[in-house]
Design a protein around this ligand. Structure first.
Ligand SMILES: C=C(O[C@@H]1C=C(C(=O)O)C=C[C@H]1O)C(=O)O
Length: 357
């Protein structure tokens, strides 16, 4: 690139590059529109995380300039979200309320312009997907501090719903208030759990008395704080944005490694292989010596790497049997995986999807 001597000169260059980018993006959207028409004729799914992951992987290997994989991902996830809306706008339900961390996770994958429906419970998200009122649902499945979300597993077990993609997301809390002088703040709204997870911040920044007021959601906290002087909220960045609450501090949580794994779910959905996939299953095993060992032996024999195993007691008739959630490397279409899952009534396949954590 030739030498640039002034900001004005640089901006002229940027304007011309942007015009070219826009022309190329519009060309891309024409092709995307044709794909949308073809999918409509064949009733194919609009969202294909396998294909999106393969594009990001390909571009990360191709890049020679300043953009690394993370930057490419940030840019292209928005392009994909806009593309999907041009193909066909698909409704997305998530565990609300608006401004929840699940909302933030949903927006990170489906972009700013999709049609979102916040629902009150994980069960209602599953039901909205099951009755085809929405094409996709977004719900939490585990948090590294709190453990697994039992409702999600229970509903994956009882309904015919598949996992389309996983979304690991670091949980960062922000501190927002319309007062920029901390001394003027006498009340802080948030959820109990957020107070616990940000206790060091509260201790260090407030040596005067503040009242910690627990409310139902961190979005509610943001709303209340946006309406009243002398108050503040500990909430998600998206909730602060939603209620136009000025953010005074970001990342105020005690532990830097608080992360939640969300799932995108749909009914009747099967990804193609992306090259780096994970499979989730539920399996019921009888309560007798060796049943788990014998089952796990099959993974060892097939050289399949296990990522997770969680157990749940499952009521069955008079006695108890055991149910396990297993996650392992590989895709349903891999011969080793399909052989392992074949002809086994006690296994419920939940989905094979690009591995992100
Ligand atoms: C265009 C497609 O549909 C969606 C949009 C994609 C894109 O913008 O490249 C990729 C995968 C799908 O989620 C496709 O399936 O190729």
């Amino acid at each position: 690139m030739s030498e640039i001597n002034s900001i004005e000169e640089a901006r002229v260059k940027i304007d011309s590059i942007d015009a070219e980018l826009l022309r190329l993006l519009n060309d891309r959207m024409e092709v995307v529109k044709s794909i949308g028409d073809l999918k409509r004729n064949s009733n194919g799914a609009i969202y294909r995380p396998d294909r999106e992951q393969a594009i990001i992987q390909r571009l990360s290997e191709l890049t020679t300039g300043r953009l690394n994989k993370k930057a490419i991902e940030a840019i292209f996830l928005e392009i994909f979200a806009v593309s999907r809306n041009i193909e066909l706008s698909e409704k997305v339900a998530y565990l609300g309320p608006e401004g929840s961390f699940t909302h933030q996770a949903a927006e990170s994958r489906f972009g700013a312009i999709s049609e979102y429906i916040p629902l009150k419970t994980i069960k209602s998200v599953f039901e909205a997907v099951d009755t085809k009122r929405v094409r996709f649902g977004v719900i939490p499945v585990e948090n590294n501090q709190e453990g697994i979300v039992n409702d999600t597993i229970k509903l994956l077990n009882s309904l015919d719903i598949n996992i389309v993609a996983e979304l690991p997301m670091p949980i960062h809390f922000t501190f927002g208030s319309i007062n920029d002088d901390l001394k003027a703040i006498t009340k802080i709204y948030s959820k109990d759990i957020a107070f616990q997870q940000c206790s060091k911040f509260i201790e260090e920044y407030f040596n005067h008395d503040v009242e910690l007021i627990p409310v139902d959601s961190t979005s509610k906290a943001a709303q209340l704080a946006s309406e009243k002087s002398g108050t503040a909220a500990i909430c998600s960045p998206i909730a602060a944005k939603l209620y136009k609450l000025p953010v005074l501090f970001d990342n105020i949580e005690d532990s830097a490694d608080n992360f939640t794994r969300f799932l995108i779910i749909s009914d009747d959905f099967k990804n193609n292989k992306s090259g780096n996939d994970k499979t989730s299953i539920l399996v019921k095993l009888s309560s007798e010596p060796g049943s788990l060992v014998n089952f796990l032996q099959k993974f060892y024999d097939a050289n399949i790497n296990l990522n997770k195993i969680e157990s749940y007691p499952a009521k069955k008739g008079k006695g108890f049997s055991y149910q396990f959630l297993l996650e392992f490397d590989g895709h349903f279409d891999d011969a080793s995986v399909s052989q392992l899952l074949a002809d086994n009534d006690s296994i419920k396949w939940l989905g094979s999807y690009p591995k992100l954590c």
